[in-house]
Design a protein around this ligand. Sequence first.
Ligand code: NAG
Ligand code: NAG
Ligand code: NAG
Ligand code: NAG
Ligand code: NAG
Ligand code: NAG
Length: 557
Amino acid sequence: MLQLFFVILLFCTFAISNYTPIKTTCPSNLIRSSKSQLNDKEVSFINSRSKSHVSNFLKRAKISTNYTPNIGLSFSGGGYRSSLVSAGIVEALDERSDSILSGLLQSSNYIAGLSGGAWFLTSFVSYQYESITTLKNKWHIKSLIDYYGDDIIEQAKLWIDVDKEIQGKKDAGFTISITDLYGRLLSYVLLPNNGLNNTWSNENNLNPEFPFPILVADGRAPNSIIINSNSTVFEFTPFEFGSYDIGKFIDIKYLGSESGTCFTNFDNNGFLMGTSSSLFNEVMLKIGTSELPSFLKDLINNILVNPFEKLNIDVATYPNPFYKEGSDSISSSSELYLVDGGEDGENLPIEPLMKRNLDILFTFDNSNDWLNWPDGSSLIKTYERQFTHPEYLFPYVPDTNTFKYFNLSSKPTFFGCDAKNLTSLTSDIYSVPLVVYFGNRPFSYWTNTSTYKLKYTDSERDGMILNGYNIATRLNGTLDKEFNTCIGCAMIRRNQERNGEKQSDQCKKCFEKYCWNGEIYKQGKIGENFNNEGIITNTNDYNSESIPGFNSGGPDI
Ligand SMILES: *[C@@H]1O[C@H](CO)[C@@H](O)[C@H](O)[C@H]1NC(C)=O
Ligand SMILES: *[C@@H]1O[C@H](CO)[C@@H](O)[C@H](O)[C@H]1NC(C)=O
Ligand SMILES: *[C@@H]1O[C@H](CO)[C@@H](O)[C@H](O)[C@H]1NC(C)=O
Ligand SMILES: *[C@@H]1O[C@H](CO)[C@@H](O)[C@H](O)[C@H]1NC(C)=O
Ligand SMILES: *[C@@H]1O[C@H](CO)[C@@H](O)[C@H](O)[C@H]1NC(C)=O
Ligand SMILES: *[C@@H]1O[C@H](CO)[C@@H](O)[C@H](O)[C@H]1NC(C)=O
């Protein structure tokens, strides 16, 4: 302990911080108002993207078309479970791999992440789309607290730096929340340069070879509860931050500005991914009290002196750029309170994508709905939201028992296959994208690890990633050698319907195989185990003996 004390003294004077927002003059047109129009720069970026990725993908899939579908990818929350499985999925979709779906990543215009999915996405973007095979080795998925393990000198330096960085932001006049501390610690694990000099508005974050990245968080007024019907869904793009729910956006470079006082450098990537996953603020308190040095405990206690913070641990506090900008409840407070994007039950980041006129939306669900597996709950919440927010159209999905019984979460499933079935939801049926759902399930690893497992060995990490790859590729093509054709059929479906074109016989077969046909499950026993095609009651196929990872999935912070 004494040793640590001297180490701390030694480093105190040397730490520099570039976490502090920098005061600057305000640009004109800081706030953009629109409930439907996309940002001009985003539109130019999308238009600058080459169509060759999609046409090559469709060519390989033996689909003949001149059409370029507008494609979005959505990655759910679920802690490192979701980050790691998502990494495996992205590896499978990457043109740099030789999987059956290789190229789907580059073919997509949009990629959205929330909470654990946002950790992955922020890291992927910050490391400038490095391939997963090398990116995964840059991660140090260990305890947030002993990042440097037994190296107490480096560890002490980390704590001092983090303390200085947060004090610096506070001294610049900002309200600090637990998310600042948690976001800084998470940055060491997942971001280059420990998350410093790392902002979401950084122009290097955009590369036309890759989709446009979007992080999602929810607005939540103090001491309130939000659900899918009344949440305000916020999005962080490399160009702006805001919400189509309230129709207000701020240039993201000036996030942190409010009422004519402007700052840059507030849009720190660690802070943003911490905001999107703010449920983990709680974890800081659990580990924090015993293992942190006294000055960080003091920092936490100072934050908690504020009774509001104490009751709203999960909140990340932002200066409200939309203060007095409208008559909605968000505009009424000088501070903006953001929470984990999954808090309203919509654990897949979908709302923002629904504003982007997609033909097809791919959703990758690593939620914890039962035994740390998903059962479609998140899609159901999004489906329901259209009844209070009619501007977000979403195809019909069934209840969770039907998801389980008809194996809709244990093999890829298409929803909204027939636009004509959507007439009772909207008259604009062709504007509703076809939705493809991939639920987390075991093939080569038990990827239903606890959301609160925050330590992974290298072999656990690799097991999680490989299983993600297997989920995306139907066990590397072995369960369906023409899976890419079926995906191609889904990609062009809306355009065919719009133009009254007929579907090929092969695509018809694909749709019989992968579309939910509208049937609802009413009775009988639902299994808890998996075979190649679905959920069953016996354990002969995948069990704790036959695939690894069964005993290492519990919480571990
Ligand atoms: C971060 O950026 C600042 C200002 O651009 C620069 O002075 C500093 O050296 C950079 N720090 C690192 C660690 O790259
Ligand atoms: C949202 O709805 C829930 C459930 O009806 C309610 O408890 C909560 O107060 C509502 N929150 C807001 C912000 O309106
Ligand atoms: C993972 O799922 C299996 C059943 O599919 C269950 O027996 C096991 O307890 C789950 N593990 C965790 C950590 O939830
Ligand atoms: C998947 O299949 C391809 C081609 O058949 C093979 O080259 C590759 O090694 C396989 N990948 C994995 C992760 O099994
Ligand atoms: C679509 O409509 C047909 C005919 O009404 C119905 O049988 C089917 O179940 C519907 N499918 C879905 C997915 O709702
Ligand atoms: C779900 O998958 C299991 C295992 O393959 C299969 O026995 C069952 O028939 C499937 N259920 C349906 C409704 O297709």
